[in-house]
Write a protein that binds this ligand. Structure first.
Ligand code: DX5
Ligand code: ZN
Length: 223
């Protein structure tokens, strides 16, 4: 048994958003480490989900820390609204702004952990000079916009290269998150490559019991 600790962050857009308040109340904080909230603006990505109002209401139903993934153009224009929600993490996209460092610093100054996401087409080296401003780096394993897409295998070598860099730069406390198409079939290889925080949408919500599904996913990763 591998002793590495990983975190599971269910992407709630793969569930039924109309009942999510009642649903999250049943999520076991002993198994579900974070709640992954995909904010999509219909501009940075071709899909629209929800904004800060929905997240504020959802938060009333759970003590599980929030992991806000902003897929929005120019996040600096609305970052304050997400900072007010006091999530555990706010993750912005490298491709969505000309000033990622400024936003990452603002997130941290407000006592929130900062994250920077990279689309599959963005060279991994793009984040090397920004890792000192990051508590987490998110390697997308699909093009963002929708849940239920197939895992892109090149994410595994991208995670491994990032991990190698973080160790060499003495930044090994920066967590690596992976998001897109993760299931019992591929979780082991992404964890082995260096991922610490695993987002999963359709693979967790397609079964009936999310707590059981998350436990199975953790077992598949480390067992
Ligand atoms: C994609 C989102 C993901 C997605 C994950 O744009 O950022 O979080 O909902 O869902 P699955 O695991 O089904 O790919
Ligand atoms: Zn996401």
């Amino acid at each position: 048994m591998n002793s590495k600790k990983i975190m599971i962050s269910p992407s709630i857009i793969a569930g039924d958003l109309s009942t999510m308040g009642a649903d999250v109340a049943g999520f076991d904080p002993g198994v579900i480490d974070l709640l992954h909230l995909d904010v999509m603006d219909g501009n940075f990505v071709p899909n629209l989900t929800f904004g800060p109002g929905f997240i504020r209401d959802l938060k009333k139903h759970t003590d599980i820390p929030l992991d806000v993934h902003l897929m929005i153009e120019k996040p600096e224009n609305s970052l304050e609204k997400y900072i007010e929600l006091k999530p555990e993490y706010i993750v912005i996209h490298y491709e969505s702004t000309r000033f990622p460092a400024r936003s990452l610093k603002l997130i941290r100054e407000n006592g929130i952990k900062s994250g920077l996401a990279l689309n599959p087409a963005t060279p991994i080296e793009a984040v090397f000079d920004l890792s000192e401003y990051c508590d987490m780096i998110l390697i997308m394993s699909v093009d963002p916009g929708f849940y239920g897409q197939s895992f892109m295998k090149n994410a595994v070598s991208r995670i491994a290269r990032l991990k190698e860099y973080l160790i060499s730069a003495d930044c090994s406390d920066v967590k690596i998150q992976v998001d897109g198409g993760i299931s019992e079939e591929n979780i082991r290889e992404v964890v082995f490559a260096g991922a610490d925080v695993i987002v999963a949408g359709s693979s967790l919500f397609k079964g009936g019991d999310i707590n059981q599904s998350a436990l199975k996913l953790k077992k598949a990763a480390l067992g």
